[in-house]
Design a protein around this ligand. Structure first.
Ligand code: PEP
Ligand code: MN
Length: 340
């Protein structure tokens, strides 16, 4: 439920409504826009409704939110959320590129890639330390050691860092070491992991499950936010369809749908969506055009030798070329691409 305040409502009116909400054992979330102030109410609203909130001083109207996700709902927070990750702003007018190897293979490779990503103008360095591989015999990642190489790469370049966590123990290992934790497609509905990510307070990039509807995805985001962590970024990475010529099918319409349903920033990952390096560039441009707030792109110094996801990885020259090609598209979409 949302309480829309009158434009003439005073601060005292707002605080008194919030107090009333809290006295009924519910949570109040204040969102102040340029023209309108709203108070989102989460919890069992029946007790509160008995108090006739529409008659409270300063309240203009009550809007009932039919979706089960509330904190992630655009109705709760009409302005786009801008997530500040150590000075890098994700969402709003900004455009971010997250790039790096699928897996952190060793320290030297991570440092080399950090320099490449820095030189490209991209703001966020990725690298997988805990790899959720389809086969148990494939390279599983360097785990904690890998996270420390990312931290070293940040010291070297100043880039923000992101890495996937696959367990609650990995979240603990990541805390204070990297800037953003990624919850991958395979764990999108691992509710215990989502709750732990929420409790950690670390910004979270939540990838779409390969068979998840947008509604399920937003409910997964709600799990994180309900624990008090509002720093959630969504990432469309392709869904499973009957089409086999690409690894997944990139659902670009999801970007438009999300923009109508949530205030959370939306990143597109054309690398995992297609599994084919030649398709990464065209879909990256399409993602910019349809309103994405950023991209995640896999880059490797020698893709044919990569321990994971080589066929979809760009080599550094191709990545530099793509970043240059993207600039006019980003400008045309009215976004700022600010280097760190
Ligand atoms: C990844 O980013 O390396 C990854 C495994 O992604 P996804 O969860 O989208 O498959
Ligand atoms: Mn990968």
């Amino acid at each position: 439920m949302i309480l829309v305040m009158k434009p003439t409502a005073t601060e005292e009116n707002i605080q008194s409504v919030i107090q009333n909400v809290k006295q009924c054992g519910l949570d109040a979330h204040l969102s102040r826009g340029q023209d309108i102030t709203i108070i989102g109410v989460v919890g069992n609203k029946h007790i509160f409704l008995e108090q006739n909130p529409e008659l409270m001083e300063g309240v203009e109207k009550i809007v009932h939110v039919s979706e089960s996700y509330k904190l992630a709902n655009i109705q709760f927070h009409p302005a786009p959320s801008v997530i500040d990750v150590d000075g890098v702003k994700i969402g709003g007018d900004n455009f971010v590129i997250m790039a790096g190897p699928c897996a952190i293979e060793n320290e030297a490779l991570m440092m080399e890639m950090a320099d490449v990503v820095k030189q490209s103008g991209a703001q966020i360095l990725r690298g997988g330390a805990y790899k959720p591989r389809t086969s148990p015999y494939s390279f599983q990642g360097l785990e904690e050691e890998g996270l420390h190489y990312l931290a070293e790469a940040k010291k070297r370049t100043g880039l923000c860092t992101i890495s996937e966590v696959t367990s609650i123990a990995a979240i603990q290992a990541a805390k204070g070491v990297i800037d953003i934790i990624q919850i991958g497609a395979r764990n999108m509905q691992n509710f215990e992991l989502l709750k732990a990510a929420g409790k950690s307070g670390i910004p979270v990039l939540l990838k779409r499950g390969m068979s998840a509807t947008i509604d399920e995805w937003l409910n997964a985001a709600e799990y994180i936010m309900a624990e008090g962590n509002e720093n959630v970024i969504l990432c469309e990475r392709g869904i499973r369809t009957y089409e086999t010529s690409t690894r997944n099918t990139l659902d670009l319409s999801a970007v438009c749908v999300l923009k109508s349903k949530t205030h959370l920033p939306v990143i597109v990952d054309p690398s995992h969506a297609t599994g084919v390096r030649n398709f990464v560039g065209p879909l990256a441009k399409a993602a910019v055009a349809c309103g994405a707030d950023g991209l995640m792109i896999e880059v490797h110094p020698n893709p044919s030798k990569a321990l994971s996801d080589g066929p979809q990885s760009l080599d550094p020259p191709a990545f530099f070329a793509l970043c240059e090609e993207l600039k006019p598209y980003i400008a045309l979409a009215g976004r700022k691409f600010i280097h760190v």
